[in-house]
Design a protein. Structure first.
Length: 539
């Protein structure tokens, strides 16, 4: 009589537990469904708003369009030989030849490519093989025009003359007795004449698109071996042009400077921040050459007009905006890929570990958290990071001429802090993978554009000097005869500062990153303090 109620009681409790468990499962399912639907809805709404403004969202929209091979500068056999060389040395290349073929197909084996192989690497340090340790002893390429100094070729003369002992495999030409620094440097660099002349010929092709392998879900894993090659070539051309100027060969120097400008332009359409950092490094090399020719009045009016025409096409603030937004789209693509990878267990955990360099145990905990996160949270992360990167892109502001100011950077930082301060469960995903502060990138972009603007203004001043025998009392007389429009200060949009000096020269400057007029006084070794100044060496 007493056992039957106990059985009934056990059944009742079992039923209750199953009911509660079913309710919990239902609630969890409803929670995931609600978060997924809400996240998808809000992301679609965000995308619609951006698309209505004409903004690009998908990474594929930032990829440069294909161009015909016979009109493509990037298809020069010199580049093919150099990229093949890079792939064969790359730590990531399991089979360098196959990776080179993925870029250039059978062209990597063409006779036209093979004849440049012995010149690789095309480098001012003139190293061959894999003896990279010798690079530590090579002279540097500092930016000297900002401190009002010309380039000293003597360290490079000594370097090349000593190569016969330190690295005979480089096969650099030298004379038994030292010549002038310029003559010795030009003789050493003559090894690269065939490659440079081929590049000069191929640079006439109207387009340039390196065959970067964009078709990957993990955009962070895209290989860019051509950037090192382009920068190395620019270094060779800088050294050549400086030596040519010091040897009085201004026409040859002008041709090399124009080729450097073409190198700068050849990678402009690529959607990567690192690409534009390389471009800004190349432009500083180029400006050093222009500066030295101006300081000695070596350029003709026609040459100056040509150089200004090319420099006027450069818009680094616009490139800054483009690269920030393209990186944002790339991050969104990676987040979508990671979200799809969540069902792959160990592969997924390894992926997180590779992005963060985290210990395996930590990556596992994060992996579990990511695995349990609703899909809608990934959409919410897309929204937050879209807002973050658009705040950073807005640092470059203006209507007719973009400016990049420290105040704009401060405002962007505050905006990003507010954006990422909300919805912490959403942004934790992206924060762990793509935490980024673009302050330094914005400052470097501002300095690069200021450098271009100062150069163009200095060119206009030199054209005035050639016509009148002296520099003008103010910049107002330069436009439109010697320059279409005088650039404004990139920092604040106000006129650049200019004054004549007692020796018949001038001082031209931007207020620089401290936003203060320091009277045309630069701060050596730093672009954070002092003005950004253009002035020639005292004679």
């Amino acid at each position: 009589m007493n056992k039957e109620p106990k059985n009934i009681s056990k059944k009742t409790w079992t039923t209750k537990i199953l009911f509660v468990f079913a309710c919990l499962i239902t609630l969890v399912a409803l929670f995931y469904a609600e978060e997924d639907l809400r996240g998808k809805y809000e992301w679609d709404k965000c995308k619609a708003g951006l698309e209505a403004k004409g903004e690009k969202i998908n990474f594929d929209d930032f990829i440069p369009a294909p161009v015909p091979d016979d009109q493509n500068f990037a298809m020069s056999p010199v580049w093919i030989a150099r990229i093949k060389y890079n792939f064969l040395l790359s730590d990531k290349a399991v089979n360098g030849s196959q990776m080179a073929e993925a870029w250039y197909g059978d062209r990597v084996n063409d006779d036209d490519v093979a004849k440049f192989s012995d010149l690789m690497p095309l480098s001012a340090s003139a190293l061959t093989g894999t003896n990279w340790s010798l690079q530590k002893s090579t002279p540097d390429f500092p930016v000297r025009w900002t401190s009002g100094r010309t380039f000293d070729l003597r360290p490079w003369q000594s370097y090349y003359r000593n190569l016969e002992e330190t690295n005979p495999a480089a096969q650099i030409n030298i004379t038994p007795q030292p010549q002038t620094p310029a003559a010795d440097v030009l003789l050493a660099l003559s090894k690269f004449d065939p490659a440079i002349e081929q590049l000069r010929q191929d640079s006439q092709r109207p387009y340039s698109r390196f065959p970067v392998q964009y078709d990957t879900d993990d955009t962070a894993d895209i290989l860019l071996p051509h950037l090192f090659a382009v920068k190395q070539c620019a270094q060779v051309l800088e050294l050549r042009a400086l030596a040519e100027l010091q040897a009085g060969q201004k026409d040859k120097a002008c041709d090399d400077v124009k080729l450097m400008l073409r190198l700068n332009d050849s990678i402009q359409t690529e959607p990567f921040i690192i690409t534009h950092l390389v471009r800004m490094a190349i432009i500083q090399m180029t400006i050093q050459c222009i500066y030295e020719g101006l300081s000695e009045h070596q350029w003709s009016d026609a040459q100056l007009a040509d150089l200004d025409s090319e420099l006027s096409k450069i818009n680094y603030p616009a490139n800054y905006q483009f690269s920030i937004l393209s990186e944002s789209a790339g991050h969104a693509k990676i987040l979508k890929w990671i979200e799809q990878k969540r069902s792959h267990g160990g592969e997924y955990l390894g992926l997180l570990n590779s992005y963060n360099g985290l210990p395996k145990s930590t990556a596992r905990l994060i992996g579990i958290a990511f695995y349990l996160a609703p899909e809608g949270w990934f959409y919410q992360s897309d929204i937050l990071f879209s807002e973050r990167d658009r705040a950073w892109s807005s640092v470059a502001a203006g209507d007719t001429q973009l400016t990049i100011s420290p105040e704009g950077v401060r405002q962007a930082k505050n905006t990003v802090k507010v954006v990422l301060g909300h919805g912490s469960r959403f942004n934790v995903i992206g924060q762990l993978l793509f935490s980024a502060d673009f302050s330094s990138y914005a400052q470097r972009t501002a300095f690069a554009q200021a450098s271009v603007d100062l150069t163009r203004t200095a060119i206009a001043l030199e054209r005035y000097f050639l016509a009148n025998g002296e520099f003008p009392a103010s910049l107002d007389v330069l436009a439109p005869k010697y320059i279409q429009e005088i650039p404004a200060d990139i920092i604040n949009g106000e006129p650049l500062h200019y004054r004549l000096t007692s020796d018949g020269q001038f001082v031209l400057y931007s207020v620089g990153w401290n936003e203060r007029d320091d009277g045309g006084i630069p701060f050596a070794g730093s672009t954070d303090r002092g003005d950004w100044v253009w002035r020639y060496p005292t004679k």
